[in-house]
Design a protein around this ligand. Structure first.
Ligand code: TYD
Ligand code: MG
Length: 466
């Protein structure tokens, strides 16, 4: 008899290896590879014999679509991130670090939907019913008709869901606690997580219920990362935030039914998550206008403009290799800006430590922040504060030229609304708002920007150093 083959699967990314290794080639994580039983593979039910396939009916693209496809919670920040509400018959994954507030958010969403007379079932495998009740009480949701279950077995959950009326929304908190009789590996392993997810998705498609799966992201790799099921679900949202800060961002990473660049902003309070409908005010909250090294970036998240402060600190280094530390932005992008400043503006930072921080723990992903970053760096190096009421945006190319970015009008409008009278952005930017009262300055190359901030001060300082 042939020996049963074993395989080794990375619990973080799902890569299959033929032998155990300390580090996964697929994702580079350490200690994430565990032995797995290939016979418990997804899609092969217990004891099923191979049989001849039977034809299914083919159908046309046009046809009746039953029900209103979206279920709106009325929590605007959440509805925005999902692209207009939960979609019936779809599966959505909400990922995030443990303790970030996923269960809180979903309990609030469940309560909001129950208030709108939707049938909502909340299945928790992590907390006991008493704990969930306690949280619901704290959130002011205890009086709603959300149906609770503390269960982790996939077959039992499906049987529960199948009785009575079809639920509108089912929340599974979390996928890592699910286990099925089909496979004998432990809960939280790739096999179990996949089987559980697969079963839930099948249930959603069959019944038209919307399913929300909660997934913890961990660095340790003991529990399968939600990444292994990202491709299976219809939408993926990540709930992010910084322990040191109160606000949380719900970011869309994948959405088969809507845009993927939307965010929802919340603030964690005693009574749960509070919506933040004007995030700029939050990120600009505690500004020190007089300090050099701070520039306000007029960014866009999805359809919404957001102003956020970029802070830089440039200081002479005592180390052989100066430090470069970045929080909230791409460090490769910072290196690029430093190189362009050196090559095209004669600003040498090889002897300086450079620290860059985006205020409030926010994370910028737009290249449009280049100009704000460069301005903050130059301002810090020259020791000159930038005008307190000025915003910066624009992409910097390797040649030192600055490139226009999209949504100029929207960025300027938001800046004006929040009392920023000045703006510096690339020449040739389209869609400028008509009749704006702002004092706008356009630049067409990085040296112009440097000159406008520091005049000849930066060059002079550096010459003196030598
Ligand atoms: P939780 O939703 O349990 O996180 P997750 O499900 O992502 O693991 O949130 C836990 C944290 O949120 C916890 O540290 C306490 C905090 N919290 C509040 O600050 N206010 C509240 O009203 C609630 C319910 C939680
Ligand atoms: Mg939780």
């Amino acid at each position: 008899m042939a020996r049963a083959k074993t395989q080794f699967v990375c619990q973080n990314c799902g890569t299959v290896h033929s032998r155990w290794a300390g580090k996964c080639d697929g994702c580079g994580e350490w200690n994430t590879i565990v032995e797995d039983d290939p016979t418990g593979a997804v899609g092969r039910g217990p004891g099923k014999q191979h049989k001849k396939g039977k034809p299914v009916a083919l159908t046309s693209l046009s046809g009746d679509i039953e029900d209103a496809p979206r279920i709106q919670t009325g929590i605007e920040e959440l509805d925005r991130a999902t692209g207009g509400g939960f979609v019936r018959g779809s599966a959505l994954l909400v990922g995030g670090d443990p303790g970030i507030g996923k269960s809180t958010l979903l309990m609030q969403a469940a309560a909001a939907l129950a208030r709108r007379s939707h049938r909502v079932i909340y299945v928790s495998g992590e907390e006991a019913v008493a704990q969930i009740r306690l949280r619901a009480k704290r959130l002011g949701a205890a009086d709603t008709d959300v149906l609770l279950a503390a269960e982790t077995n996939v077959e039992d959950i499906l049987a529960t869901l199948a009785q009575d009326k079809r639920p509108d929304l089912v929340i599974i908190d979390s996928i890592q606690t699910l286990w099925s009789d089909v496979a004998d590996s432990a809960p939280g392993t790739v096999t179990q997580v996949r089987i559980g997810t697969h079963a839930m998705i099948r249930f959603a498609k069959k019944t038209g219920a919307a399913i929300v799966l909660v997934g913890h992201v961990t660095k340790e790799g003991q529990i399968a990362g939600p990444r292994v099921i990202e491709h299976m679900v219809d939408a993926v949202l990540y709930f992010e935030g910084d322990r040191g800060h109160h606000y949380r961002i719900l970011r869309t990473v994948k959405n088969r039914f809507g845009p993927t660049d939307e965010i929802g902003v919340f603030e964690m309070s005693d009574g749960g998550l509070r919506e933040v409908s004007n995030p700029s005010e939050l990120f600009l909250g505690e500004r020190n206008d007089k300090a050099p090294g701070a520039a306000v970036f007029a960014g866009i998240e999805g359809t919404r403009p957001i102003l956020v402060e970029v802070q830089a600190l440039v200081a002479p280094s005592s180390l052989g290799t100066p430090r470069r530390a970045v929080v909230g932005w791409d460090s490769a992008r910072l290196s690029m800006i430093l190189a362009v400043l050196e090559a095209h503006c004669g600003i040498r930072l090889g002897q300086h430590d450079v620290y860059l921080n985006v205020a409030g723990g926010y994370r910028i992903s737009e290249p449009a922040a280049d100009m704000a970053v460069a301005s903050a760096l130059v301002s810090s190096l020259a020791g000159l504060a930038l005008p307190a009421d000025c915003v910066y945006f624009g992409e910097i190319s390797l040649s030192g030229a600055v490139r226009p970015v999209a949504h100029t009008g929207q960025r300027l409008k938001e800046a004006e609304k929040l009392g920023f009278g000045q703006a510096v952005f690339p020449q040739g930017s389209a869609d400028l708002p008509k009749g704006g009262s702002g004092n706008w300055k356009t630049v067409n190359a990085l040296p112009d920007l440097v000159a406008s901030i520091a005049g000849s001060k930066v060059k002079l300082d550096q010459d003196e150093d030598e």
